[in-house]
Write a protein that binds this ligand. Structure first.
Ligand code: BEZ
Ligand code: FE
Length: 286
């Protein structure tokens, strides 16, 4: 029996229209989406003008997207949705290093460098020796871990934001651990920077009385056979933006020491160990 749409029965009417052979997970997700969307429209008594602003926002966000720019992910980031999806999908035991947001500035294929090498080539910023170990939960070193690192330069720009100004691989590199699980490389002490804020998301932040800044951080993506991929940052502890990161990426456990270096090789030294957990396959096998 068909049911005509009313304000009172809106959610049930829309959801009842779904076919019988719909994929169960798609059914679950779309049913919940319709339920929450309709509840939101009812709670706020959304006006036609406001509905129009939302459509305009989404249209502009779509128009802004390209190979280099993903305005919808940025939207998800500033609403805390990226970090919530990350948290739900990467619940880890005590002692394992926590994940945080990947961000738009990772570039696959960075050069594999020798342990101890520099990743910074523009001569800007204060040098920092990053050093530590990649470990399993029981403290055993992980050999063959691939550590992909990237940061902004001392002016707050990633190399991909300044093609023709910075070398593509400035402040980027890949390091592979040996039997001791140790890593060491020379980068800069990163600085805080604004997320790309020249589009609709930036305008929304202004309208909401929010700033676009991220506290200074070094990005790490660590993979090792048999272990879950770790996508994370280490944060500079005295950064004034730590408590108000525009994308909610800060976790207390990821705030790393940045201490003056004693050996004169670099200005700073930042020691940090990463602890990986077995991946799903390794867990199932054993
Ligand atoms: C980043 O840390 O590179 C980043 C993360 C989310 C949005 C923009 C930038
Ligand atoms: Fe970043």
């Amino acid at each position: 029996m068909s049911q005509y749409f009313t304000e009172a029965n809106s959610e049930e009417t829309v959801n009842a229209r779904m076919g019988a052979a719909v994929d169960p997970r798609l059914r679950e997700i779309m049913t919940a989406l319709v339920r929450h969307l309709h509840a939101f429209v009812k709670e706020t008594a959304l006006t036609e003008g406001e509905w129009g602003i939302a459509i305009d926002f989404l249209t502009k966000a779509g128009a802004m997207c390209s190979e280099e720019r993903q305005e919808f992910i940025l939207f998800s980031d500033v609403l805390g949705v990226s970090m919530l999806v990350d948290a739900i999908n990467h619940r880890r035991p005590e002692g394992a290093t926590e994940n945080t947001v990947l961000g738009p500035f990772h570039v696959a294929g960075a050069p594999v460098r020798a342990m101890g090498d520099r990743i910074t080539f523009d001569g800007k910023g204060e040098t920092c020796l990053y050093t530590g170990r990649v470990l399993a939960l029981d403290g055993a070193p992980i050999a063959g871990a691939r550590i992909d690192v990237w940061s902004d330069n001392a002016e707050g720009f990633y190399s991909v934001q300044q093609p023709g100004i910075q070398d593509k691989w400035n402040n980027r590199g890949v390091f592979i651990t040996g039997a001791d699980g140790q890593y060491e490389f020379i980068g800069i002490k990163p600085v805080s920077y604004p997320i790309p804020d020249d589009g609709p998301v930036g305008k929304m932040l202004i309208a909401l009385g929010r700033h676009p800044r991220r506290p200074a951080h070094m990005h790490f993506m660590i993979t090792a056979p048999g272990y879950q991929r770790l996508v994370t940052h280490t944060f500079v502890g005295d950064d004034p933006w730590l408590a108000s990161d525009a994308v909610f990426g800060v976790k207390e456990t990821l705030i790393a020491p940045f201490v003056p270096a004693e050996d004169g090789r670099t200005r700073w030294r930042s020691p940090f160990d990463f602890v990986l957990i077995p991946d799903a396959k390794a867990r199932a096998a054993g």
